[in-house]
Design a protein around this ligand. Structure first.
Ligand code: ZN
Ligand code: ZN
Length: 248
């Protein structure tokens, strides 16, 4: 996600902020004789002044003199604005595992070429060093899927699944997540029969190891329900979706 600062500045101030502004500032800032519309305008302009003061890059703390300010994630307030080059540099150098591909505060994925570049380089380094690649394989595959690159995601999901089966066993939560991930990718690619086999395996494993009401199990029930719906088995789909919603 990327928004230019000038694109729609007012739309970025939520109505919740105005409500907050009204209730807090009415007494202290505004003359009591103002009509409601004028009061709103005054309040909005006071709020806009505050917003303008806050429009600084959260990385270097400079304003637009350092380049255009953009919004790269869903953060608001003092973390809303940044120079893209500052955030890119931070993503390249941060020790955080997720800095390469998402904001650590709001968890919004950047979904861009740099995510793929940084995760690809990490995977290459892990392979070269003989380290475990399972997490990076899965993260990179999810990024590729999120960017619509299904064919590139599939071999990585398959490799992650093979590695989790070999090292953790078929019933480990990470293995079942890998089974689910590959199943959902194959569904997105239109291979519904293969997707169903994997979704059923993930669901059976999660029922057996996590119980019927665990969030992971409910996710699997929902996934299988949506898949059966796509396959036209509406009766079975309805049964699964009812169970996922706690009506089973
Ligand atoms: Zn900056
Ligand atoms: Zn954020």
């Amino acid at each position: 996600m990327q928004l230019l600062r000038a694109a729609q500045p007012r739309a970025l101030v939520s109505s919740a902020s105005f409500d907050h502004c009204r209730s807090k500032k009415r007494v202290s800032l505004l003359p009591t004789k103002l009509e409601p519309a004028a009061e709103d305008r005054a309040c909005r302009s006071a709020h806009a002044a505050e917003e303008a003061e806050e429009e600084r890059c959260w990385v270097c703390l400079e304003g637009e003199e350092g380049g255009p300010l953009v919004q790269l994630c869903a953060c608001r307030g003092t973390n809303a604005w940044a120079h893209k080059h500052c955030v890119d540099e931070w993503r390249r150098t941060s020790p955080r595992e997720d800095a390469a591909y998402r904001c650590g505060t709001c968890k919004d994925h950047y979904r861009d070429a740099l995510s793929l570049e940084l995760l690809g380089a990490r995977l290459q380094a892990e392979r070269a060093n003989g380290e475990s690649t399972i997490l990076t394989l899965s993260t990179l595959a999810t990024e590729l899927k999120g960017q619509g690159k299904y064919d590139e995601a599939e071999p990585l999901y398959r490799e992650a699944l093979g590695a989790t089966r070999a090292t953790l066993g078929n019933r480990h939560p990470d293995t079942l997540s890998s089974v689910n991930n590959l199943g959902m990718l194959l569904k997105a690619k239109g291979d519904l029969d293969a997707a169903e086999r994997l979704c059923r395996e993930a669901l059976e494993g999660r029922r057996a190891t996590l119980g019927n009401r665990h969030p992971g199990t409910l996710e699997s029930i929902n996934n299988l329900g949506v898949l059966l719906q796509a396959k036209g088995d509406l009766k079975a789909a309805r049964r699964m979706l009812r169970e996922a919603n706690g009506c089973g």
